[in-house]
Design a protein around this ligand. Sequence first.
Ligand code: ADP
Length: 465
Amino acid sequence: MSTVIKNELPNKFSNRILVLTLLAILTIAVFSAYLSYKSQVRISEEKELFKLDCIASATAYKISGEDHSYLVAAYPNRILKSRAVQDSVYRKIKELMDGAQEMTKVPSEMYTVLSDTTSDQLYFGIGTVRSEWLSAMEDYPEELMRDFEKGGMVRSYIVNGSDKLSAFSPIRDANNKVVSVLQVEETRDAFMDKSLDQIMVNVYISLGFIAIIGTLMYFSVRNLLKRQERIALEKIELDGLRRELVTNVSHDLRTPLASIHGYIETVLMKFDSLSGEEIRKYLNTSLQGTEKLRGLVDELFELSKLESRERKLNEELLSLGELAQDVTNQFRQQANQQNIKLQTQIPSSLPMVTGDIALLDRVLQNVIGNSLKFCDSGDTILVSAGHLEGRVWVEIKDSGAGISEEDLPHIFNRFHKGKSRRSGSGLGLAIVKSILELHGATYQIFSQEGQGTTFHFDLPVARTT
Ligand code: ADP
């Protein structure tokens, strides 16, 4: 029953949480990749602008303001452009700009700009690419108008449909008067082509970090969920166990209780007509019933303590061989009465182990007791012990009824008992299992129906310091 519930509830819940975690990690990754891309573009832009600014101011510094003023005065309009181009002063300034452009490898335009404060207009002067002479600029950036005298940078402005980064720097005459500015522009596309590789490297690095953090997060969430799932499962299992226990216990208690009740009732009802002998017989049967009940209650109590881990091991150094010998001796009389040969093969020099004597005593009592229970007259039980590879082992081998193949996998389960009349509460081997597991022992049972049963367990040799 419990296994069915086991696999449903917590799994659905935790799968949902895991999917949500994964989605959250993915969203964070995409978002942060986007942010990282944006900030990398901005940083690169900043660097590029700074470079353009340096080029603009270095070149503007070399241009003579007087020469520029002379050209503007001598060739004040477009018509005079062809003449200006032949002027040595024009060529001197143009060569200066061409040289600077070639040297700095900025794939852009470089030109001088004049400001007409009376008409609030800007005009092109000499340029490396533009050839207009004194033509009005249509789309000039705000920053250029505002900071004409100081120089500055323009992060982004659209001119003739293309997005530009730009820097400008004043050209001064001998009196330090600003006569023009030199502007250096770079198209955003050209800049992006250059920087994209570097930007993407940085984006990949940050994505890598997120992937690592995300994976760690994923695994820690998974572990957390697994732990919660385990706790939930244990709770469900425990509830199932409790139900199973109540059902089995009430069933096992009812039979002896009914018989005790029946006998006592008979004695009371027929007290006058019963002989003393008969009364004794009935009361004795009732007494056996109460002993059976007491045994069952004791076993239940023991098992519940062991399984709730309440029972602390009272560990001490002990000789498993001697303990096996003692317990076997306690059964000798019973074996003789049943005509069962009870033999031991226990070397006297076995190493010590650590364990709880009372509990290990209980293991041997249960296992040897079972052998006696399932042996018939003429059968043999051999209790042997030995030492192998750092462990001390004990084996109880009987030639009794054996266990059927279908029962064998279940005999350590609580309340599992064979079909035989001799079977008891079905708690004995469950107690054995709990005790051995508490001791970190390994155990095995081999059996064949009609051939006999062998129970084997071993404990590590005690560490002596
Ligand atoms: P109980 O002996 O009280 O029924 P146990 O838990 O000790 O309960 O054993 C469970 C079942 O395992 C027994 O009912 C019996 O069928 C089987 N069994 C255990 N030991 C032996 C044995 N030595 N020989 C045959 N059957 C055994």
